[in-house]
Design a protein around this ligand. Structure first.
Ligand SMILES: C[S@@+](CC[C@H](N)C(=O)[O-])C[C@H]1O[C@@H](n2cnc3c(N)ncnc32)[C@H](O)[C@@H]1O
Length: 196
């Protein structure tokens, strides 16, 4: 798959291209993520328009085509688990001091709501390594990160973090560790080992 420069993919100042994911915004309580595939969804007239454009239907209604920012993605993603929302995510990222270039370890991945914001915080040179012991959930998150253009910033692995801890290859390398697990205390000794 064609890798797009994450800094460009995260920018609002870009034109919609073929196969881009956009958030179709009708009202604050009616939004959905749509992949703009030429010819499939008959959305070809969206291509070349700036993100934020208002587009009209042939019945006179309209929607806005918005960038899939982490804030909006959190509102439209498919819930495979409970998720963190932006108020808590903002606090967590500020408290973790995640900035561009950081290496972050996260478990569990869940629906990838937090992961998406972590990736934006560490872009374009950092990386998020996220772990979930549920294979299907990890796979769905990986697919979502491809769709939102964040896959070069995020690696998803299947692993029991409560049972086995984080992989030793990250010992002493992590700028931050975030745990959203049923028994997070079981992973604390490993988290301590991973931190710089
Ligand atoms: C509440 S969800 C995380 C939600 C995530 N923070 C988000 O914002 O989308 C908890 C996740 O932890 C995973 N999990 C539970 N026990 C685990 C373990 N021992 N090792 C790794 N992942 C685990 C679950 O499969 C689930 O996906």
């Amino acid at each position: 798959m064609l890798e797009i420069d994450p800094a460009k993919k995260l920018s609002f100042n870009r034109l919609i291209s073929n196969a881009d994911l956009v958030i179709v915004y009708e009202r604050h309580d009616n939004m959905k993520a749509v992949t703009n595939r030429f010819g499939v969804f008959k959305h070809s007239e969206w291509i070349g328009k700036p993100l934020g454009s208002k587009v009209f239907s042939n019945k006179g209604g309209f929607v806005y085509l918005l960038a899939p920012t982490p804030e909006l993605w959190t509102l439209v993603l498919s819930h495979r688990t409970q998720i963190l929302y932006i108020a808590d995510i903002s606090f967590a990222i500020m408290y973790l001091e995640d900035v561009p270039g950081c290496l972050v370890l996260e478990s569990g991945t869940g629906s990838g709501s937090l992961t998406t914001s972590l990736a934006r915080a560490v872009a374009p040179t950092g990386h998020v390594h996220t772990f979930d012991f549920h294979e299907q959930r990890a796979g769905s998150a990986r697919d979502d990160f491809e769709r939102t253009g964040l896959s070069s910033l995020i690696s998803v692995r299947v692993r029991d973090i409560q049972g086995g801890g984080f992989p030793n290859e990250f010992a002493g390398l992590a700028d931050a560790v975030f745990l959203d697990l049923p028994q997070p205390w079981l992973a604390i000794p490993s988290a301590e080992k991973m931190l710089k």
